[in-house]
Design a protein around this ligand. Structure first.
Ligand code: 5GP
Length: 115
């Protein structure tokens, strides 16, 4: 059995986090180092290290991830003014935690393109 990821430890309550949503498949909690007034990570409980590791068997999970992220964004009051989803993949994108997660960012005007 491989070492639990940081996010699995958060999902299982071994490491505290400010959880805002949980269902059978996903858990969402506030980022410890927010890049926007509202910055939440939504994480599939299934460990896929990087989005590039996903395969056809994950297609429905990934669809449900986007829909769950929309639900969380609405719950957080972001729906009207808008929000951004980000998935970092690998070194050039600065991915730090090797457990697939989607960033939900909002609460201010976000610059584009990203740096
Ligand atoms: P990545 O760069 O891998 O896409 O994003 C990882 C995110 O996880 C970062 O935004 C970082 O601030 C956040 N993070 C890292 N460690 C913790 C932690 O222990 N708790 C929480 N809530 N967020 C974390």
């Amino acid at each position: 059995m491989s070492e639990k990821t940081l996010f699995t430890k958060i999902i299982e309550g071994e490491i505290p986090a400010d959880k805002v949503y949980e269902d059978d498949e996903f858990c969402a909690f506030r980022d410890i180092n927010p890049a926007a007034p509202c910055h939440v990570l939504i994480v599939p409980k299934k460990v896929i290290p990087k989005i590039s590791d996903a395969d056809a068997s994950d297609a429905e999970l990934l669809g449900r991830l986007l829909l769950a992220a929309n639900k969380v964004a609405a719950q957080l009051g972001l729906a009207e003014e808008g929000y951004r989803f980000v998935i970092n993949c690998g070194e050039n994108a600065g991915q730090e935690v090797m457990h697939l997660h989607l960033h939900i960012l909002g609460g201010r005007r976000l610059s584009w393109p990203p740096g």
